[in-house]
Design a protein around this ligand. Structure first.
Ligand SMILES: [Zn+2]
Length: 698
């Protein structure tokens, strides 16, 4: 059933044809565009799935100029909002503005009053703004005739990129359409597999106005896909170096972890290829600086986690490499699809190490709660004398922190647990609801995620006959044929690599072994940035030698002492160390001698300042998560009040660091109990990574 008689729709379509020519200056639509607009006007609710760079914004800009009332576009892409508003106002003379956290409160207030007075045609809103009740009510008061949901896959918990704030959009749709039954809803995405598509249809469609679906072919004719198989990180880095020496133009190297971005950028830079690391852990001003530098071309090549993506609107990226295999084939299409949005030739390379799948499976499994997790958490909440907070639940259960958060959110949603305020503390109480929680959603989700990963691994192994076709089919584009230009179609070697590549300046293995890892500073307790000499997860020979030797009373190997001296000199630049303090340890038997050696090198005093007042009950490595590790060392370090601390910086030395709990505890003793106020710099021999939710190191 259609809301408007078809003659009305026909006249709207005629207006749209006219606006296309007169206002936008185009002679004709791109394939599929007019059909999509037709479906939106007639059927009122439309999901449009089409590749990026296909002109999807025209699908709402055109109707916005002919429909009465306003168009509201909900979009998480701040950079895109800025560009669109500028373009609409300056180029097409359409009154548009946005409300987002990028703008000052005054700017947002000005937009709100312009919208309230009917001076705007198109209003862009960040989804997070819907969480603000005042702004939500204000939006509902507007005469909205078209609601656009950009990046609509974020609505679906099946999507690879689910965002909780997007759930509020569903409320908005219901409220708007209660006020205006003729409301049009347009959902846009570049990536939605069958399941996500069905999910979105269920969420946005109604009996009265079912969601029409318009799927554009997902081909990207200017994008060439390439694949290299490697084994181990050193081989991966050297393969990447060989490729990056030949790459022209802007490039993004996607990595699975923050560490990996530092490793990739560090190794390539050490070999004369200027690549910069970008990840969510950088401070906000540095992130902004890098985003702007990348957009302007001043920083042309970056190694990034997927934190870089949603905020970047850059159409001339020529090369995208995935250094680690992504967790799903949908995520891969989305990320590699950011290359060549200007239509000029671009390349997407996947460096595939079959060992990477372990990391991805671990990510999937560790976030996935099991029936036992629900029981364990129920036991802790129900059995507690005093209602526990989140931290206490994590510590008592020993479960992976993400799982605890997910399970509690689920228990609250299903009415088994209630969040209450006790004084100023947020705690959880069991409501006494009968029955058992329904976990079917998680079982299905696990299946889907593993299926998506398997499809990605299938791609990485080079099993499909064509790479572009494999991506398109995975995204539900049944029309996909062989692309004729990828590594599989051309039987290998589409990447430009010099015929006679010069060897690396420094081999990846040597670089990885001698690389010291920056330790971030901290505010509480106040500590300067320091270093770890060795990286546990890399499993270098030097690391193995040190760890074996430390327990049997051997001094660190000579090669490591050489690295140590280099780092000490670096730390001593611009500051004077007056003292060094070693952390108490029950198994590092030569800590005294190592401390003396460092003290001598720095010309500082080795102070016998810290000791155990009681030994921790367990080894940190035997515990299950970092809340347990914090509790394990809580209050166990004491100090010798008779020791004089000389003025000048203090170096705080430990054999290895995992959760940082012991280092923090020592820092607290120095700052809070000794009230020592000088500069405090941490130095540890090795950094290890504890597993979460189970014992041992990664
Ligand atoms: Zn192909």
């Amino acid at each position: 059933m259609s809301a408007a008689p078809d003659t009305d729709t026909d006249s709207l379509l005629a207006d749209i044809d006219q606006a296309l020519r007169e206002r936008f200056g185009f002679d004709s639509f791109r394939p599929g565009q007019r059909e999509a607009i037709d479906a939106l006007l007639r059927q009122r609710r439309l999901l449009c799935i089409q590749p990026t760079g296909h002109g999807k914004s025209l699908l709402y800009q055109l109707p916005a100029t002919v429909l009465p009332g306003m168009t509201v576009v909900i979009s998480p892409l701040l950079a895109l909002m800025r560009d669109q508003v500028g373009q609409l106002v300056e180029r097409f003379d359409i009154a548009a503005a946005s409300i987002n956290s990028d703008q000052t409160e005054e700017e947002n207030a000005e937009v709100i009053s312009a919208a309230g007075e009917g001076r705007l045609r198109i209003l862009f809103v960040a989804p997070e703004k819907l969480d603000n009740l005042v702004q939500f009510r204000f939006l509902l008061s507007l005469p909205v005739s078209l609601l656009v949901i950009d990046e609509a896959h974020c609505i679906s918990t099946w999507g690879h990129d689910f965002r909780p704030a997007y759930r509020r959009i569903l409320d908005a749709v219901v409220h708007f359409s209660e006020r205006r039954p003729e409301l049009r809803v347009l959902a846009l995405t570049a990536t939605a597999g069958d399941r996500t598509e069905r999910d979105i249809a269920g969420l946005l469609g109604t009996e009265d106005a079912p969601l029409a679906i318009h799927r554009q072919g997902m081909d990207r004719p200017n994008l060439t896909l390439a694949l290299r198989s490697v084994r181990g990180l050193p081989a991966k880095l050297e393969a990447l170096l060989g490729v990056m020496r030949e790459v022209q133009g802007c490039a993004v190297l996607y990595c699975a972890t923050r560490d990996q971005t530092e490793i990739v950028a560090g190794y390539l830079a050490a070999n004369g290829v200027p690549v910069t690391a970008y990840h969510a852990g950088l401070d906000p001003s540095r992130k902004r600086e890098l985003q702007e530098g990348f957009t302007s071309g001043a920083v042309p090549m970056i190694a990034a986690t997927n934190a870089l993506g949603m905020g970047i609107d850059k159409s001339d990226i020529r090369f995208i490499a995935h250094v680690d295999v992504p967790g799903s084939i949908t995520a891969y299409y989305q990320e590699v699809g950011r290359a060549g949005r200007d239509g000029e030739p671009a390349t997407g390379l996947l460096l595939f190490d079959p060992g990477d799948q372990e990391v991805q499976r671990y990510f999937i499994r560790s976030a996935q709660p099991t029936a036992e997790d629900f029981e364990v958490i129920r036991g802790v909440i129900e059995g507690a004398a005093e209602s526990p907070g989140l931290m206490a639940i994590k510590s008592r259960t020993g479960l992976h922190p993400t799982r605890v958060t997910v399970v509690i959110a689920e228990l609250v949603e299903q009415g088994f647990v209630q969040k209450v305020l006790v004084g100023r503390r947020q705690c959880y109480v069991w409501t006494g609801r009968e029955g058992t929680p329904d976990l079917s959603r998680y079982r299905q989700q696990l299946e889907v995620r593993e299926g998506e990963l398997d499809a990605m691994l299938h791609y990485g192994r080079g099993d499909p006959p064509c790479l572009m076709q494999a991506l398109r089919i995975a995204l539900g584009d049944e029309s996909a044929e062989l692309c004729g230009r990828c590594d599989r179609c051309l039987d290998g070697a589409v990447m430009p690599v010099a015929a006679d590549p010069s060897p690396p300046l420094i081999s990846a293995e040597a670089w990885l072994e001698s690389r010291s890892i920056p330790l971030a500073g901290s505010r509480y307790p106040k500590m300067e940035p320091g270093y770890a000499l060795l990286d546990g997860p890399m499993r270098g020979r030097l690391f193995a030698e040190f760890m074996r030797g430390r327990a049997s009373g051997k001094m660190p190997p000579q090669r490591l002492v050489a690295v140590l001296r280099g780092v000490l000199d670096q730390l001593a630049e611009g500051r004077r160390f007056a003292s060094i303090v070693t952390l108490p340890s029950r198994s590092w038997s030569c800590r005294q001698e190592v401390g003396d050696l460092i003290a001598e090198h720095l010309g500082a005093a080795h102070l016998p300042l810290l000791r155990y007042t009681r030994e921790p009950e367990a080894r940190q490595g035997a515990l299950y998560n970092n809340d347990q590790r914090r509790d394990n060392v809580d209050g166990c370090i004491g100090y010798d009040a008779g020791v004089d601390i000389p003025d000048g910086a203090m170096l705080l030395v430990d054999d290895y660091i995992g959760s940082r709990a012991t280092l923090r505890e020592a820092g607290n003793v120095l700052r809070k109990r000794l009230r020592w106020q000088g500069e405090l710099v941490p130095l540890v021999f090795a950094r290890v990574r504890w597993k979460l939710g189970t014992s041992g190191m990664i």
